[in-house]
Design a protein around this ligand. Structure first.
Ligand code: HC0
Length: 568
């Protein structure tokens, strides 16, 4: 152990600790901007400078290791003046658009400027003024707002192992961008939006599509329907006066109805449907010697990842479309017929904690109704903006129910939004359907939790089904490498692109705090437990869909509308 003094308080910490982590243990709050625990620890921004007795200069606390007998001061006049100077230099090349910026009041740079009492910028001069990159359907880059912290570079490279962003040029001309300053749309960017979650400013954000939805809602000739993803109901409260992990399902439904949507539906419905199709596909592959392990296909960032980096393994993907896209295809066929409306008059909106879903709905495979199956995707953050513009407050909204039939979902569909949820939902159904017996305990706790890779073996009838669950693309990469070397003897692998699954999706409320993800995860299982029906095969609306329209899982219509193939 190393003993040191920080602001006159003595502490013993493990060798290799940094001054920043030692200070945090003492409750001393050193400001940071580029630092991202375990992901980006590079001392780039210098906001965390502190004074170390005997050192020739101030040192960056996030990367400086502790030493025996070290004496640190974190808030001397020199430290504070230097931090202010650094902030002024950053702001001297920053567009002063705070009032009109999407991150106004939710910007780490703005918070620091306020905290340090920056009243004017003494340095007026040249601006880099790099142009916007709006090439991607999901994510938009504004390098003018970039503070060169490199958090996006680190999360893309170290967590997602995609490496779509890098540092270009040097000195004043430095730029964080795809290599050779290419457009994002031309890169192997998987559109997951994890960069937008960690960006301290609005240099990277989702493409805002709220105007399209306001326009549809204002058009009396359109029947505007909305589906909400499983995870949104445990996130949206954070944006309109609620607490992390607060379950807001009924109030969110009420809010959507008040915005003017004609019908408020639930992606949980099509998540249940996915279990029927994907579960049968797995059984068929096991019984008929199809490609195993079968890997889930509902997370569009993940699909783009395997297409770019492991095209040789595409046959392992389930042919099922994602629940969002199954819903979209059925909305403009089954539902349109049911209510006798021309599908061209339906505007199908989905609310997702995901930026990649914006890209997914534009893929050429996603027009199987004869129209674009899902017209507009909004992230949870964009819905939060719409609710704010309508001046909704969670506490003022009543609890309301989703509309039938596409709003009827089970707890199994609900847990899709957290890592392990798809697997648990599949196991609940497969175990009962194959054995013909009712499960005593439907909680498959071995597949739950936020670990990056989980494994379990579960009895399904007479078969020991071996499953693996990964979240975050770096973890998926490790499992894919095992498939390539023949070491992955699983039957089924669940892959979710984002850390934690959709609860940590790139369209979620901005947060870098894993504790918040954990609260959202707990809320997903509480919501599951609260629900009357918790197994996908017992969803009466799904049963009715098969009876009246699809006929059977993996049938002709299912193949037309609910399945697809991916090619390298
Ligand atoms: Fe997800 Fe989904 S669980 S990807 O994270 O499978 O975005 O919440 O809606 O489609 O259902 C996101 C969340 C979904 C889909 C579902 C899946």
């Amino acid at each position: 152990m190393i003993t040191l003094t920080i602001d006159n308080q003595t502490i013993a910490v493990e060798e290799g600790s940094t001054i920043l982590t030692a200070a945090q243990k003492l409750g001393i709050n050193i400001p940071t901007l580029c630092y991202l625990k375990d992901i980006n620890v590079i001392g780039a921004c210098r906001i965390c400078l502190v004074e170390v007795q005997g050192a020739r200069t101030l040192v960056p606390a996030c990367v400086a290791p502790v030493a025996e007998g070290m004496v640190v001061r974190t808030a001397t006049p020199e430290v504070i003046q230097t931090r202010k100077l650094i902030l002024e230099l950053i702001l001297s090349d920053h567009p002063m658009e705070c009032l009109t910026c999407v991150r106004n009041k939710n910007c780490e740079l703005q918070d620091l400027a306020e905290e340090f009492g920056i009243k004017e910028i003494r340095f007026e001069g040249e601006k880099t003024g790099y142009p916007l990159d709006t090439s991607s359907p999901a994510i938009q880059r504004d390098p003018r707002k970039c503070v060169l912290c490199r958090r996006c570079v680190a999360v893309c490279a170290n967590v997602q192992t995609v490496k779509a962003l890098t540092a270009e040029n040097r000195g004043f001309n430095s730029l964080i961008a795809p290599a050779f300053n290419e457009n994002l749309a031309n890169m192997e960017c998987v559109q997951c939006g994890q960069c937008s979650l960690v960006c301290p400013t609005a240099a990277i954000q989702e493409k805002d599509d709220t105007d399209k939805v306001w326009a549809a809602l204002a058009d009396p000739t359109k029947h505007v329907i909305v589906q909400t993803a499983p995870a949104v109901r445990v996130q949206i409260g954070e944006l309109i006066g609620g607490e992390p992990g607060e379950i807001t399902t009924g109030r969110m439904v009420a809010g959507l109805r008040r915005l003017g949507f004609d019908k408020v539906f639930d992606t949980n419905f099509s998540a249940d449907l996915t279990i029927m199709e994907e579960g049968n596909e797995l059984l068929e592959r096991i019984n008929k010697g199809g490609t195993l392990p079968m890997i889930t296909s509902c997370s569009p960032g993940w699909i783009k990842f395997i297409e770019h980096f492991y095209p040789d393994l595409l046959a392992h993907l389930s042919t099922c479309k994602s629940p969002q896209q199954m819903f979209g295809a059925l909305a403009k066929t089954y539902y349109a017929q049911k209510i006798d409306i021309n599908p061209s008059d339906i505007v199908s909106v989905s609310i997702m904690p995901c930026t990649a879903k914006k890209y997914e709905c534009t893929r050429p495979e996603m027009f199987s109704s004869g129209y674009q199956d899902v017209d507009v995707v909004l992230t949870t953050r964009e819905l939060g903006r719409m609710f704010k513009q309508a001046r909704f407050d969670l506490s003022n909204l009543p609890d309301e129910q989703y509309d039938a039939p596409l709003g009827i979902g089970t707890g199994a569909g609900q847990i899709f939004g957290t890592s392990g949820g798809v697997t648990e939902a599949a196991l609940r159904t497969l175990s009962e359907v194959v054995s013909g017996k009712t499960l005593d305990d439907i909680n498959f706790k071995a597949v739950r939790g936020l670990a990056g890779v989980k494994e379990a073996t579960v009895k399904v009838g007479d078969l020991d089904v071996k499953v693996a669950i990964t979240n975050g693309l770096g973890n998926a990469r490790n499992v894919l490498d095992k498939i390539r070397t023949g070491e992955a003897d699983y039957h089924f692998i669940e892959v979710m692109c984002c850390p934690g699954g959709c609860i940590g999706g790139g369209g979620a409320p901005i947060s870098c705090d894993p504790a918040i993800c954990s609260k959202r995860c707990d809320a997903m299982y509480s919501e599951d437990e609260r629900m009357e029906l918790r197994k996908s095969h017992l969803n009466p609306a799904v049963q009715e869909l098969y009876r009246d329209f699809l006929e059977k899982p993996l049938g002709h219509k299912s193949h037309e509308l609910l399945h697809t193939h991916y090619t390298p």
